[in-house]
Design a binder for this molecule. Structure first.
Ligand SMILES: O=C(O)CCC(=O)C(=O)O
Length: 283
């Protein structure tokens, strides 16, 4: 496969900034199709099953096996503001889910097909990934009024590989603006070494090890406002975040993380795959 999707300028921009925005990467109809599928998945999800909140502020999800064992499953995580102190839903079901993860790309036919299109494979190729492996997928809702903040982080903290080859694709299914909680990133911040690592041991205990306790220079963050259908490519060491969504609009996005198949996925990552369900590529 020859470089065909990205121009040299786009490749240079990615190297320089640690992120790249490609507008009109997918058609509005595809955005609708993915949103309709996520709606259906939420419809079929039994709220009474498990109520796990995803919060990057107190990391309460990180101690629960429902989260830790979601690497080869499709699981649902709530916005903190969706549940009362007694664990009862205080908003309607479709407005309560923070995200769905982490194996939509493997287990759901719609997301599987979408994640493995030729265009995705071309993008991975143009980003320099050899024999790319798909690691995780997330459908992120950033719900109106209660969409939680995602604090500044590098994806390599959570998806660590020996040669730092992880690349995230963040695809806007709705317009993402400062109003509804778009991504923010520090241009060029991907040259900053990893500031922390989030690991899991054989007893399923998780640890956040700080490697550099200096503060992020949040003043250097720029908003990455994008129209629906855009993809934002994220380098594994790029510091990025999103603020709360206090607006009346949701901000749905689909994310897919992949790595170079010649790299080594660290076995103390929180996410694990059983031996009979290894990561696979685009085919
Ligand atoms: O979609 C967002 O608001 C942030 C997502 C993100 O940074 C992540 O999941 O790593």
């Amino acid at each position: 496969m020859s470089a065909a999707l990205l121009t040299t300028t786009q490749q240079e921009d990615y190297q320089k900034n640690g992120y790249l925005i490609i507008r009109d990467f997918i058609a509005p109809e595809i955005c609708e199709h993915l949103m309709a599928r996520a709606h259906q998945l939420i419809e079929n999800f039994n709220v009474a099953d498990v109520k796990t909140v995803f919060s990057t502020q107190d990391q309460r999800h990180a101690k629960q096996l429902y989260f830790l064992d979601s690497g080869d499953d499709i699981r649902f995580f709530f916005e903190a503001g969706a549940l009362s102190q007694d664990g009862e839903l205080v908003v309607e079901k479709h407005k309560s889910i923070n995200k769905i993860g982490h194996a939509l790309h493997d287990l759901d036919p719609v997301f599987n097909t979408f994640s493995r299109t030729h265009k995705m494979a071309m993008l991975a190729h143009d980003l320099g990934l050899r024999n790319p492996l798909l690691l995780q997928s997330m459908y992120i809702c950033k719900q109106p009024r209660i969409g939680g903040e995602v604090t500044c982080h590098q994806d390599g903290t959570y998806l660590h590989t020996k040669n730092k080859s992880v690349v995230g694709l963040w695809i806007a299914l709705e317009d993402a603006t400062q109003e509804n909680g778009c991504l923010w990133a520090i241009p060029g911040g991907h040259t900053t070494p990893l500031k922390s690592r989030f690991t899991r041991n054989m007893q399923d205990e998780t640890t956040n090890t700080v490697l550099d306790d200096s503060d992020w220079n949040l003043a250097n963050m720029v908003p990455l406002e994008v129209p629906r259908g855009s993809v934002i490519v994220l380098h594994t060491q790029l510091p990025h975040m999103s603020k709360e969504n206090t607006s009346a609009k949701s901000r749905h996005a689909y994310t897919l993380h992949m790595m170079d198949g010649h790299d080594e996925f660290s076995n103390d990552n929180w996410m694990r795959r059983p031996a009979n369900k290894p990561f696979t590529g685009f085919i």
